[in-house]
Design a protein around this ligand. Structure first.
Ligand SMILES: NC(=O)c1ccc[n+]([C@@H]2O[C@H](COP(=O)([O-])OP(=O)(O)OC[C@H]3O[C@@H](n4cnc5c(N)ncnc54)[C@H](OP(=O)(O)O)[C@@H]3O)[C@@H](O)[C@H]2O)c1
Length: 336
């Protein structure tokens, strides 16, 4: 690639919440040119009418996804399609020569049988599972640099794993992840359960014992986890409260040390909150001991669309193209 040329990117599924957030981040990235934005049912719609925040920033109609042409014309394509739908497009994009960051779950689990059990779908691109790199920069930055296919982590797994990674290999007993998400985590498609009237002034658990992010968390942390997600009446953000026992003492210095070279994870003295990371790629976390010896309470906050999706994807782009990890991502949240 010419040293002065921009990285040519495409966003597939640009009408969704993750696609829209990718466009917002990418439009502020100095080394990127957005060459294609595709939609499915929203094809032909102006992106600035779907995302009024992009008016005058990113404009133009969503086009049909021709994966062969996209793969030939782009250096990197972000696929922000629902799980199950991404497998064939990702294979075509790679075959045509692009590198791919898949935002969904299709390439996150190494074992196709585990995918098929939890997602209830056959995996059509099993060969690519061995090649895909789980795109958590705090864990796999070296592999991400050279990857053709990056499986961007899920939003709950990001919040949960960043809380747990410093304890990996030292965990004992049951790990409990009690996580709460804003409604944008469910995507933009119409769903009665996500109506204002259902969500507002309401707070509920869902997917108890069955949520598909459970095997993703367990695969990385290599420990059984009881994971319970909740829906809270806010637009974005995840707060995960994690209860874990380990053999490590003095946890706060241990966490500080562990994340010292990871610019997007801030270990705080204070308790984290979702508002302080909204619209950013930062994770705020802290750790406290409990009255139970050895049992710690770790609390992490991310933006599900930021660190939980588009922010990490841009961080991965930076690694894949040899850029400073902070490029296009060094911004504070809007507060309050
Ligand atoms: N929301 C989050 O916080 C979050 C976080 C991390 C990862 N993710 C993952 O990121 C992906 C996108 O999530 P999202 O929240 O952006 O979902 P979304 O708002 O529902 O958007 C889905 C996108 O996929 C397109 N699409 C739907 N069905 C399609 C089909 N059959 N063929 C081609 N395109 C199709 C839609 O196009 P049209 O609108 O034009 O029909 C839309 O652009 C999912 O895999 C999700 O699990 C989401």
């Amino acid at each position: 690639m010419n040293k002065n040329a921009k990285i040519v990117v495409g966003v597939v599924g640009a009408s969704g919440y993750v696609g829209g957030e990718l466009l917002r981040y990418l439009s502020g990235h100095p080394e990127v040119e957005i060459a294609a934005m595709t939609g499915s049912s929203q094809q032909g719609q102006a992106v600035e009418s779907l995302f009024p925040n992009l008016k005058g920033i990113v404009e133009g109609p969503l086009t049909e996804a021709d994966y062969d042409a996209l793969g030939r014309s782009c250096d990197l394509v972000f696929s922000s399609l629902p799980h199950g739908i991404s497998q064939e497009p990702v294979a075509q994009l790679l075959k045509a020569g692009a590198r791919v960051i898949d935002m969904g779950a299709d390439f996150r689990l190494r074992d196709a049988a585990v995918y098929e059990k939890w997602y209830g779908l056959p995996h059509q691109q099993r060969d690519l599972l061995a090649e895909a790199v789980y795109g958590m920069p705090e864990l796999h930055s070296e592999q991400i640099k050279t990857a053709r296919l990056v499986a961007n982590p899920g939003c709950y797994p990001t919040a949960s794993l960043l809380a747990l990674l410093p304890l990996k290999g030292k965990l004992t007993g049951t790990v409990i992840v009690d996580a709460k998400s804003g409604v944008s985590g469910a995507g933009r498609s119409a769903n009665v359960g996500n109506l204002f009237t259902e969500v507002s002034e309401n707070f509920r658990a869902y997917g108890v014992g069955t949520h598909r992010h459970t095997p993703e968390i367990e695969q990385v942390i290599e420990h059984k986890v009881v994971f319970t997600p909740h829906l809270v009446p806010m637009t974005r953000g995840i707060l995960a409260t994690v209860y874990a026992s380990s053999s490590i003492e003095d946890l706060l210095p241990h966490y500080r040390n562990f994340y010292a070279d990871h610019p997007f994870v801030k270990v705080l003295e204070d308790l984290p909150c979702t508002k302080a990371v909204a619209g950013t790629n930062f994770c705020h976390l802290t750790v406290r001991s409990s009255s139970e010896p050895g049992l710690s309470v770790i609390i992490s906050a991310i933006d599900n669309l930021g660190k939980g999706a588009a922010g990490t994807a841009v961080h991965n782009l930076n690694l894949m193209f040899g850029l400073d990890p902070l490029t296009g991502l060094d911004r504070a949240a809007v507060y309050p």
